[in-house]
Design a binder for this molecule. Sequence first.
Ligand code: UD1
Ligand code: CA
Length: 491
Amino acid sequence: MAEQDAVVDNRVAAVVIMAAGAGTRMRSAIPKVLHRIAGKSLVALAIDTADALAPERLVVVVGHQREQVTAHLAEVAPHVTIAVQEQQLGTGDAVRAGLAALSDVSGAVVVTSGDVPLLSGETLQELVATHRVEGNAVTVLTAIVPDPTGYGRVVREGDHVARIVEQKDAAPEELDLSEINSGIYVFESDVLAAGIAALEAKNAQGELYLTDVVAHARASGRRVGAQLLADYLQTEGVNDRIQLAERGAELNRRILHRWMAEGVTVIDPATTWVQAGVDLAEDVTLLPGTSLEGATSIARGATIGPDTTLIDVEVGENARVLRTHAELAVIGPDATVGPFTYMRPGTELAARVHVGAFVETKKAIIGEGTKVPHLTYCGDAVIGEGSNIGAGTIFANYDGVGKYTTTVGSHSFVGSDSVLVAPVQIADGAYVAAGSTITSDVGPGELAVARGQQRNIKGWVARKRPGTRSASAAEAALASEAASGAREDSE
Ligand code: UD1
Ligand code: CA
């Protein structure tokens, strides 16, 4: 009971995520915050981080290319409130627009940006905790970065913050300050509202600076604190494609560290990519060149890779997936897949299935222990247990207009190089002779042979290809056969 009260008490009234800026340096038709790392848009990552605070209200401020951003948010985060900043007049104006979209906010308001993908929910929780413990009106998340150029600098007064000065407005000695403003803050809502109302664009950029709320709060006798974050990478933003790649690699590194701590073996973290939505069990092994995307999940003991991409794939315990590209597929426990397998949506392998080299599957439901080992196209198929599909079998599912299903029963055998022309059914315990083109159903226990009868025409090479190496090889073989035939006759 008491614990639950504490959780409720610690909730912040609102989080405002600023995402209205143009992102010009991305040089992209896509809004900056819709660029992705770890499989999620930058703004979706910012929302995930904010959600860790369970705020009463969560507002995203959109502006530049807002139709695209709004459509994306409706899809990935329907719980957020969208605020529109008509003109990008500065960060102070962005927060004004955010607050205007929320009626009567009172209490703590967290402000962050849509382009800081490494910021963690724990960091925001600690920031809010510090804000409350110190009784601050404003608490600024700060960091010491290798190169502070471009950032706002934190001007301290003892352990208080006096003000934040932007790069372009700073005096030379202020540029030497190494503590930067991350652009992430907690404000008491009354101080924030009063500070924003008082903003003036009297600065080098002619913008309404949110950072000026700090000096305003100090002038009205309120305390402004700073939380210095040692892990400064969390505060780094994305302004161009180079930073997009760098933050992406760092987020991947952090995701892999978390999985390794939870018992996953990652042979080569530099070439292994695991997106934010993936779930891995203990004793999973990821070999080099593996990329796990979307809602992929891998059960205990499975080994994936090398050179494998799985998108929305569920892999069962102890399965082995080698050099494979698979999407929207289920791979059962102890199944073995690859190398060089292409599994398309709707593939479902039961336990102990083997799908091997140069096999493509699509909408294929394959029963326990069945083998599709080599060179096969298996589309729109339902196959029972313990069957064997020979090398080079084609499930001809498309007649140029529609797609049809082929059914193969349990413990059936399809000989190599067969074509199964759908719709067709091959019953339990049936055989198909190699090289057959099957166009009608095969009953239980029957052998279907559907190919031309073999004819051997004696002396054809001697007559039609005289004087060739084939003709002399045949002549020699016939002579030695005749000689050994004569010997055997005399024995
Ligand atoms: C801001 C801070 C600076 C800090 C830096 C950290 C100000 C005045 N300065 O600077 O002290 O070190 O962030 O990265 O706040 N945005 C809007 N609407 C606007 C302007 C900006 O939504 O009108 C959004 C941007 O999309 C971005 C965020 O606010 O997500 C920060 O804007 P940006 O222009 O990057 O601020 P900086 O000038 O870098
Ligand atoms: Ca910035």
